[in-house]
Ligand binder design. Structure first.
Ligand code: ZN
Ligand code: ZN
Length: 433
């Protein structure tokens, strides 16, 4: 769990230098969408960032009153983003929610006129305007409906959080699987609109979202829906898209679409716990470092962000873990085994082949390595998102291990590299290598 369910104003917090000025200028210019996009990105990375949370409240609150003439109004996806759930105030009776700024002491005087609802100052029982109009009164006062609470509802409203939001830690998420009831799977934009409402992700997280086809009739009931979720996760695990034991790390939720009111199934899969680093893992990490260093020496002056990023300890750690898993699978099956993971700006695919014999190793790639890579790249490509693609291959006879690497940087001006040892000699000659 990444953040608290309900935002509370702390007495002290660290301001983010320049943020207040930047957001104020954007608000002054009516550019709420740009302001909120920046704040959502910030809160996606750091949900406990108080400065970003309070600025988001101000943007969401102010944009409401100035929507009509704003240059860039908030989008409805931004307004209902799960990232903003902790700062939202929600009606206790219906699903209506809004953003109020009473929790920010300096705005105490604002927002009484045209209040979106009322709240009990003792227990935060909340009613939206519509539900308040229908609630029984005692004279002019609206008594709190919480049993045993003597409070009276007032226009000053504090955050209550939004119900039903799954506050996962995006940094600990392996994949988010989305299924829509009916024969036509959603476009990525439609899927994101639903996902970001219930899970604290931003549109940039699209590569983590995997859209799957629904099985007719299974979405209607909770039990059959759960069965479909299990079946999907199991299949993806067998296809090595998810790490082993994925179902135990999954949470599934059934929600309604934002526009279409159709049922959606969202399955989030957490990353597996880091395996305690073993000697084998350390050995692979060293091999990866050596390999990268050798490539750097052979290609002096090539230091684009994709290449330098590959050298970070985090990525080397993850790659070594993937290679280790793939190697264990390859040993058991006695042929090519593959594991993949999306990590920061990289799609990392690790392949392991249980032999050092190069002609035998090449034979593992159906129709040759170049066409294998082409298919893999097509499967895992996310047009419009600058993701670099890395394919590591470990060839091992159990005693000696050799690594090979293919790298297709997101930026085509950076050096791309094909694992040459995986190419048939005739292909290599025809490419002039
Ligand atoms: Zn209501
Ligand atoms: Zn109360």
């Amino acid at each position: 769990m990444s953040s608290t369910r309900v935002f509370e104003m702390p007495e002290h917090w660290e301001p983010v230098p320049g943020l207040h000025e930047r957001i104020s200028a954007l608000i002054g210019d009516g550019r709420y969408r740009t302001a909120m996009a920046e704040l959502l990105d910030l809160l996606r990375q750091d949900p406990s960032n108080v400065e970003a949370a309070t600025q988001a409240m101000v943007v969401a609150y102010t944009s409401r009153t100035e929507l009509l003439n704003a240059k860039e109004p908030l989008t409805s996806d931004q307004r209902s983003s799960a990232i903003l759930a902790p700062i939202a105030t929600q009606c206790s009776v219906c699903d209506n929610f809004w953003y109020s700024i009473h929790v920010l002491a300096q705005y105490e005087y604002l927002g009484v006129a045209g209040a979106r609802g009322v709240q009990c100052p003792i227990c935060r029982y909340t009613l939206c305007k519509e539900c308040a109009a229908a609630a029984p009164r005692r004279g002019t006062a609206l008594p709190c409906a919480t049993p045993g609470c003597a409070g009276e509802l007032q226009t000053r409203a504090l955050p209550t959080g939004r119900r039903g939001v799954l506050l996962i830690d995006p940094g600990r998420t392996e994949r988010v699987i989305v299924v829509r009831d009916g024969p036509i799977p959603p476009e990525i934009g439609e899927a994101l609109s639903v996902v970001t409402r219930w899970i604290p992700l931003v549109p940039k997280d699209a590569p983590f979202v995997l859209i799957c086809r629904s099985v007719p009739g299974l979405m209607r009931e909770e039990a059959s829906c759960q069965f479909m979720a299990w079946k999907l996760v199991d299949t993806l695990e067998k296809d090595t898209v998810l790490a082993p034991g994925a179902w135990d790390r999954s949470t599934s939720m059934r929600v309604h679409g934002t526009e279409d009111d159709i049922d959606y199934l969202i399955i989030t899969v957490e990353l597996p716990d880091k395996a305690p680093s073993s000697a084998a893992h350390g050995f692979l990490a060293d091999l990866i470092r050596d390999h990268l260093q050798r490539v750097a020496e052979e290609n002096p002056g090539n230091s684009g962000p994709c290449w330098t990023g590959l050298d970070s300890d985090d990525i080397i750690d993850e790659t070594a873990a993937l290679l280790l898993q793939a190697s264990e699978d390859a040993r058991k099956m006695n042929h090519l085994a593959t594991r993949m993971r999306i990590f920061s700006k990289y799609i990392i695919v690790a392949g392991a082949i249980p032999t050092l014999d190069l002609p035998q190793a090449r034979g593992q790639f159906e129709n040759g390595y170049p066409s294998y890579i082409e298919r893999l790249y097509e499967n895992f490509r996310f047009p419009g998102y600058d993701m670099s693609f890395v394919h590591w291959i470990s060839c091992s006879d159990g005693r000696t291990t050799q690594l090979h690497m293919t790298l297709l940087p997101a930026d085509p001006s950076e050096l791309a590299m094909l694992a040459q040892d995986m190419l048939e000699p005739t292909v290599r000659r025809s490419l002039g290598l």
